[in-house]
Design a protein around this ligand. Sequence first.
Ligand code: DGT
Length: 229
Amino acid sequence: MSNNIKNITNAARVVNKRPFRVSIEGNIGSGKSTCIKYFDKYPNVEKHAEPIAEWRNVSGHNLLGLLYSDMNEWSFAFQHYVHLSRLKIQTSPPSNPNITVKMFERSVQNSRHCFVENSKKQDFLKDPEYQVLLQWFDYTEKYLDISLDLIVYLRTTPKTVWERMMKRGRAEESEVPLEYLEQVHESYENWLSSPDIGCEVLTIDADRGLDCVREDLDRYSYKILGGNH
Ligand code: DGT
């Protein structure tokens, strides 16, 4: 990341007096929820898990289930809704004045640069649908402060997370092939290696067992919390 982008991001945070923003990123089944729980012990950290329950009940519709039943038909609606729910989480004011860090599972940037990009590549999104989603993102980025201060990337190999996903047995994901996790992995790698990512990326090897990952979270907690212990 260039120092200029980093300085602009920091300046936006100081001017808006918003909490330090950390996005926990990684493929399906990489252990993001467990990672977030590790920070329960810090009262100054506000944590947001992915709002899966909301995606399963959009006025009675299970959008996550519909997505996996037919990606061509439902990716557009799903990405719209994901954008909205991530935007709400990312930009909502902190729940109390003692919060200095906001941590969430995935980000608006993830939706745009990882899943939307992959959906276009796989033809789950038609070009007009893709263009509409890009315009939503561009408008959001231009007029709202959605900047991130740190990305923690739980990096995995697709085969490992596919096995974990099959084991946990979430009904909607039961038919998701290994190939899909390979595509999501590739999108993550492309996005997070881009020079204009806009914030620092801390990569943790999440193929390893939970104890090793926890050790790393402990070791890097000062950085992950932006010095706000
Ligand atoms: P974890 O703790 O790392 O295992 O993560 P989970 O289980 O809390 O969450 P994860 O990554 O499995 O995400 C929940 C489901 O939502 C999963 O099937 C992937 C899907 N999902 C999340 N965001 C997007 C998105 O922007 N587009 C698409 N197509 N799927 C998404």
